[in-house]
Write a protein that binds this ligand. Sequence first.
Ligand code: FES
Ligand code: FE
Length: 418
Amino acid sequence: MPEVKTRTHGELIRSRRPGHGMPGELFGRQDVFEADVGIFFHKHWILVGVTADVPEPGDVSTVNIGKASILIVRDDSENVRAYRNVCRHRGARLKEAGKSTVGMLVCPYHQWTYDLDGTLRHTTHMGKDFDATCRSLIPVHTRIVGAHIFVCLDENPPEDISKLETTMTLRFAPYDLQNTRIAFEQEFIENGNWKLVIENNRECYHCQATHPELTASFLPEDFGFCPDDLSDESRRALDEYKARNAECQVGWEREGFVAGAFEWLEEDAVTQFRTQQLVIAGAGESQTINTKVASTKLLGGLTRRDLGDTHLWTHNSWTHVMSDHAVISTIIPLAPDKTLVRTKWLVHADAVEGVDYTIPDLTEVWVATNAQDKHLVEITHEGTQDPAYVPGMFSPFTEVYVDQFSRWYAARLNAHGI
Ligand code: FES
Ligand code: FE
């Protein structure tokens, strides 16, 4: 039998034809998955939660990322901090994944006890010469941007988080996202590779046929359209969109919003992201079926409802902030063919369920859209693992950001010597 040479991770991504999908092995192989987690989730900034996950001092949210685990804690001074979830004694996990409330962080094994600021406060049986001062919990680099909690597990985190921080702090400011609470959250596993989850999120080529709820409010024109086959109806819709977009952008900017598109995506971006205040169809208010607000208690001190959708993409998340609520999804890879997707719906901290909003109105669009996208990711993952799969060509109009993600992925691998 002639020896079959297995291509390396780097050879596989470099074999991708420009404008085409990735080879199937990049989605299915265990060694590729492990390298991906090591680079894209342990060395890059990732979104792991929102400040409303830990609303009160003593609240803890535990997030597992590959073999690593972190504790997100609200300390007694109301600061949000993050630590490695590893006891400084013999390494036991202090907390299992999920949320809890504590006075102090007590290791379940031998009860070493840590303050919420990470200091080792109490031990027994360790003798009088034991020095607790150098055994605080290991802190994790953390940046809070709006409600978003970004962490980087690497000792030398990419510095360009400052670009995201500066850009998004300004854009999120009117919505006062830290003064929100989680009205609803959803967590499920998609049986597909994390890169397919992100690829699916980076195009709306599929929206018209598969997302009837989302496309009631979402206008896919922002992310590309195909000028070749525009019907009269599509051309009219596009012209209307362009006029409306221009009018909205001017109106929002006049009121102090920063609305235009900002992209930090290409190969020199480490912490890649994209944002824009997008126009919403119909009443222009929110991502709901009737395109009006789902919560009558608007975010921050807002009085205007038709503020469109301030979106943010990163390489492990997507966010939509509207005048009345925000929807924030994060992903964590679990296996080559398994990706955890968490979605949180934020409303004003004082919004009352049943009075200001109802859960079905608030969540209908994205609960349906998430389920539809899960299915699309799963059938695509399966297809890419079929021996017959040959990476196909992206639409040069409506899949430009999918191609862009593939280029960024290749560049980041290259930067890490793969
Ligand atoms: Fe935590 Fe022993 S491992 S107290
Ligand atoms: Fe989708």
